[in-house]
Design a protein around this ligand. Structure first.
Ligand code: NAD
Length: 446
């Protein structure tokens, strides 16, 4: 089978690579000529474990190619996936201009039956707009070609995207014709042989499923952060509370780690978009509004702790940051808590020195020369007044604390991801602050 993936970003590249890996002939399309030229030279625009190898292997086998020419890509293709971005519009709703541009491109260039599958995260009702946009172009050409639309939201996690695609918990497919169902069944057969289910449903339910899933995960994070803040006030330990509640099988352990708020390219915009969709139907999603509000405050929590520690005198202080990406195993910094932390520190007059194993280049796009970048995590500590952990990269988990202690001007660590043990920090002579545990009594200064 021959398929087309339009939009060669995170989702498009992973989808294209994984489908080609199981023998499907895939053409990835993008409007970004530079990106396509690089991909054709084997230069992958994002960091995602395993992706580069898989792309190179399948390009060599002739099953995966890259182009800016959608008309060419459509020849002999039966299925086209739309995986372009759906960034938030000014009012928080998902901006569909890229998705609808692809739908129009299909109408302009298709010559045979086509199943158009929306993989981008889109609000309920988008498939109807996709159908209309495509049909309008066919009408302009005065031509009658059969097509179907389907919804196939993507649930991959950046940093584990290949594994998630190859071994999905589930595949959700919204369809409205038997032909579309058969095509999707045969495309996903290689990924479902181990019992991972394809859940077929109507298109609106599939579109809603994606937003509901991300909103549920964001809710878990804001919930545990809210509880963590209360733990700190009343003297409870969020790590113990997390274990206590997570062992209830109805609750589970995942997504219950207290921290400095959720970020990334999906949760913030998807929560916002669902709130907007609800308001368009005169419904108020009160829980999600609270989820957003808690998250906004949570992104400030580490900055506030640092400010309190230095009794408001941040101006001229040098702060070392470990981790800038919104989570480990990715260089993605979209909506990362580090953006808020850095902004606040700079506004308060601090000097910021930062290290991240992968995201330094990406960080330069965001911060330019307003902060200092290092290639070694310990170098950030020279002459720094404290260390703040913003991303839980594995290499930060057991650092040489003797060196850390020796290099820092003040032995203060602000752990935004709760990766250290407070007793160990005390033994090593640090003033230690984390999320959801009142560590002040342990600290040297108190
Ligand atoms: N990144 C994730 O982890 C993730 C996970 C699940 C779902 N999603 C959803 O998938 C969609 C894509 O996300 P992403 O992170 O891959 O985005 P991205 O920004 O990494 O990539 C989008 C790509 O689409 C291209 N593009 C835009 N308009 C185009 C057009 N008309 N024709 C061809 N190419 C075009 C852009 O140049 C870009 O390369 C979004 O709706 C997102 O919410 C993302």
């Amino acid at each position: 089978m021959k398929i087309v993936i339009v939009g060669s970003g995170y989702v498009g590249l992973v989808t294209g690579a994984c489908f080609s890996e199981v023998g499907i002939d895939v053409t990835c399309v993008d409007i970004d000529r530079n990106k396509i030229d690089n991909l054709n030279k084997g230069i992958i625009p994002i960091y995602e474990p395993g992706l580069e190898d898989m792309i190179t292997r399948n390009m060599k086998k002739g099953r995966l190619s890259f182009t800016t020419n959608i008309a060419e890509a459509l020849k002999d293709s039966e299925v086209l996936f739309i995986s372009v971005g759906t960034p938030p519009d000014e009012d928080g709703s998902a901006d569909l201009k890229y998705v609808l541009a692809v739908a129009r491109d299909c109408g302009k260039h298709m010559n045979d039956y086509l199943l158009v599958v929306t993989k981008s995260t889109v609000p309920v009702g988008t498939s109807i707009k996709v159908k209309q946009a495509l049909q309008e172009e066919l009408d302009k050409r005065n031509i009658d070609i059969e097509f179907d639309v389907a919804s196939n939201p993507e649930f991959l996690k950046e940093g584990a995207a290949i594994d998630d695609f190859l071994k999905p918990d589930r595949i959700v497919v919204g369809i409205e014709s038997e032909r579309a169902e058969d095509l999707m069944k045969s495309l996903y057969k290689p990924f479902t042989l181990n019992g991972h289910p394809v859940i077929f449903m109507d298109i609106i339910s599939a579109e809603m499923t994606k937003y509901a899933a991300n909103s549920m995960l964001a809710t878990k994070i804001s919930f545990i952060n809210d509880i963590a803040n209360l733990c700190e006030i009343v003297g409870a330990d969020i790590n113990k509370v997390r274990k206590g509640i997570g062992s209830d099988s109805r609750i589970g352990h995942k997504f219950l780690y207290a921290g400095i708020g959720y970020g990334g390219s999906c949760f913030p915009k998807d929560v916002q978009a669902l709130i907007k969709t609800a308001s368009e139907f005169n419904y108020e999603l009160r829980v999600l509004k609270a989820v957003e509000a808690v998250n906004k405050d949570q992104k400030l929590i580490l900055f506030n702790k640092i400010t309190n520690y230095f009794k408001g005198a941040i101006k001229g202080k040098t702060i070392a940051l470990w981790g800038l990406s919104f989570k480990p195993q990715t260089d993605d910094m979209r909506e990362a808590p580090s953006l808020d932390v850095v902004k606040n520190l700079l506004e308060a007059g601090a000097i910021v020195k930062a290290y991240d194993p992968i995201a330094i280049n990406e960080a330069k796009h965001h911060f330019g020369d307003t902060i200092l970048y290092y290639e070694d995590q310990y170098e950030t500590l020279i002459d720094a007044d404290c260390l703040a952990i913003l991303t839980e990269w594995p290499e930060f988990k057991i650092p040489n604390f003797k060196i850390v202690r020796k290099l820092l001007n003040t032995p203060a660590i602000f752990d935004g991801r709760n990766i250290y043990d407070r007793e160990e920090m005390k033994e090593n002579g640090f003033d230690y602050f984390c999320i959801g545990i009142d560590t002040s009594k342990n600290n040297v200064k108190s």
